[in-house]
Design a protein around this ligand. Sequence first.
Ligand code: NAD
Ligand code: COI
Length: 333
Amino acid sequence: MKIIMYSVRSEEQPFIDIYAAAHPDLQIETHAEVLTQENIEWAKGSDAVCILPRGPVTRDMFARLHAFGIHIFATRSVGYETFDLVAAREFGITITNVPSYSPSAIAEFAVALTLDLFRNTRSLYRRVEQQNFVWQGLMGREINGQTVGIVGTGHIGAVAAKAFAGFGAQVIAYDKYPKAELSESGLLTYVDSLDELFAAADIISFHCPLTPENTGCVNDDSIKLMKDGVHIINTARGKLIDSKALLAGLRSGKVAGAALDVYDNEAPYYGQDWNGKEIEDETLNAFLAMDNVLITPHVAFYTHVAIQNMVDIALNSVLEVAQTGTSRNIVQG
Ligand code: NAD
Ligand code: COI
């Protein structure tokens, strides 16, 4: 069996090599390039494709894989919202994801971003680098005693809820499918709607998938519902937030701070060295200039544990589907 892997970074290669050595019947071809309309040709002759998504996987792409006789398509990510799942089903292509490679990686990052915002670390470190040791303007806040609103209490949201609770926060949550065990344990209290969470939380942290119903759920109207001085943390998906509305909320002071590991127009920039080049996205430029906004390039997942699991679990799922026709990591479209 042959698997072609796209978007392979150097730190993944050793894990792929170990996997290949343990599976001598398996041929794995790796490419650094992201899968595109143009290079999908490279998949001809393979039995399965394994990617890390950046940008859409379209109907036409699934049609071409079908034409190449490829019926297994694995993503090394949790998210798969940019795939045309209807087309995949039509062309008989089974898609797998990695539902849980290290929830702690992302949850810890969300908490770290919150602490950075609350303790003004961006200004603090910049000031100290300039040998300025003045305290003024650096007085922080404490997570202890705050109401944290977790949106999405799955693998990552549940870990984030525990971490915030560990700091002494009161945790409320909204989930389309609430998990009784989390509320029954006393860890968190579910509210009935996103609006209710927006109105009650001092810190809002997103851990849900992007869906048509929650796209742009942070917007001019929902920001009006939020508490004055709210902090917004997004490690889920950029399109959950209408960035222009958030910028207006920050400029008015209604939103005291935001930490964005994901951004609606991240694709052209993240993963690239843009130093010395002009960023055309005016909203991103504005965010980058604000001390109370932390922008990180979609790296919440990026830990040693996560990378190894992403490779191993994605490749295991491919073999499982090839050998048994099924896997619990099959994505339901
Ligand atoms: P998960 O499937 O375990 O949990 C998602 C939770 O969201 C579930 O409990 C689900 O019921 C809930 N949900 C679904 N639709 C909802 C809605 N409209 N409103 C509220 N809740 C809803 O997923 P996870 O592993 O916890 O990951 C969550 C998201 O985090 C992923 O979908 C992905 O977008 C993002 N993510 C980001 C990174 C990163 O590096 N920044 C890494 C991994 C995942
Ligand atoms: C995910 O796994 O969903 C992520 O956001 C990580 C990214 C490298 C695709």
